[in-house]
Design a protein around this ligand. Structure first.
Ligand SMILES: Cc1cc2nc3c(=O)[nH]c(=O)nc-3n(C[C@H](O)[C@H](O)[C@H](O)COP(=O)(O)O)c2cc1C
Length: 346
């Protein structure tokens, strides 16, 4: 199946503008999930043996999830759940709708199996995402919701903006990802610094603690962090009890051809793998199993997924791999994990 995608479908899709294709895929998936029996039929074809794992108090059918940014408006969650994922991370959702950066803002770096994006949190806003999930939930797998900051909100006012978005989305997520690591929102990454991160996450976690069900939080970190910032984030995670997602996209272009330096944005896919794995390994060493870690960056097959799990990730996520390897990637990864006798560490 993966072969068919790579030889035929990918060639066709890659003939068109990347953002156009992405939007069309989301629209098609959203339409497909309304056709009776279609999603269950796809789910049957994509299903692999369960490799259950419990992380942050949630039960996952398997450790392979969809990374944030693929379904920003939470429109196609039911169809995506049918692709065999152990969980979905939807969003990033901001409180108010916003158009994102000017186009073009999404580029395929085909020779490196990579993507550069500077989408800038284009999304229809939290209320629209909530309306959509109202129709699509419940799903048979956990759903994480990634929240971010509106572009027109200052860094000083970020905590309030994130909190308001969280409040709207709270009933719909099983966990929440606090996205402070997109390189495409001005100054967003400055939220990594210890004090700012505490002031950002504390109100969200205390809101959650006051609800009927206190849900877990993850903070998604950048791969371009200084060691001091990484140490501060890890220490805070352990102190406050939130997990970490390592990592988002990189602003580095050292692993791709010279000409891509002219393209601003975050780089993902194969060239991100090594950098991201380095941060994952350092994070795992710092938190020592006391809080969960999700590994993201350059997972393209079973081996690259296993590598992250062996480096200390409790779960992994894919985005670019799905674009290059196709919708049966999860099944391929799970087959590999099963053959290699993978078992969750806890
Ligand atoms: C087009 C695009 C949009 C993305 N949007 C988001 C986003 O909104 N929020 C987020 O946390 N990560 C976003 N990401 C980052 C991915 O979730 C993921 O962490 C990153 O791409 C590395 O994984 P990969 O190498 O498997 O793609 C985006 C990535 C891409 C390629």
């Amino acid at each position: 199946m993966g072969f068919l995608y790579r030889k035929l479908i990918r060639r066709l899709l890659f003939g068109f503008n990347p953002e156009l294709v992405h939007d069309a895929v989301i629209r098609a998936a959203a339409a497909a999930q309304r056709v009776p029996l279609l999603t269950p039929a796809v789910a049957l074809a994509a299903r692999a043996k369960d490799l259950p794992v419990t992380v942050a108090g949630l039960r996952f059918r398997n450790p392979v999830g969809l990374a944030a940014g693929f379904d920003k408006n939470c429109e196609a969650a039911r169809f995506l759940a049918g692709l065999g994922f152990g969980f979905l991370e939807l969003g990033t959702v901001t409180l108010r709708p916003q158009p994102g950066n000017p186009k073009p803002r999404l580029f395929r770096v085909r020779e490196s199996r990579a993507i550069i994006n500077r989408m800038g949190f284009n999304n229809a806003g939290a209320w629209q995402a909530a309306r959509s999930l109202e129709r699509l939930l419940p799903l048979p797998i956990p759903v994480g919701i990634s929240v971010g900051k509106n572009a027109d909100c200052s860094i000083e006012n970020a905590p309030k903006n994130y909190l308001e978005a969280l409040k709207v989305m709270y009933p719909y997520g099983d966990y929440f990802a606090v996205n402070i690591s997109s390189p495409n929102t001005l100054q967003l990454r400055s939220l990594h610094s210890g004090d700012r991160l505490r002031r950002l996450v504390e109100p969200m976690m205390s809101y959650a603690a006051g609800q009927k069900r206190a849900k877990p939080f993850f903070v998604k970190i950048a791969p371009d962090l200084e060691q001091a910032d990484l140490e501060a984030a890890a220490a805070l995670a352990v102190e406050m009890g939130f997990g970490l997602i390592a990592t988002n996209t990189t602003v580095s272009r050292s692993a791709v051809a010279e000409r891509w330096r002219a393209y601003e944005g975050g780089l993902s896919g194969k060239p991100l793998r090594e950098l991201s794995n380095g941060v994952l390994a350092r994070t795992a060493k710092l938190v020592k199993g006391r809080v969960p870690i999700i590994g993201s960056g350059g997972v393209f097959d079973g081996e690259t997924a296993l590598e992250k799990l062996n480096l200390g990730a409790d779960l992994v996520q894919v985005y670019s791999g799905l674009v290059y390897e196709g919708p049966f990637l999860v099944k391929e990864i799970l087959g590999h994990l099963e053959r290699r006798g993978w078992r969750p560490a806890r």
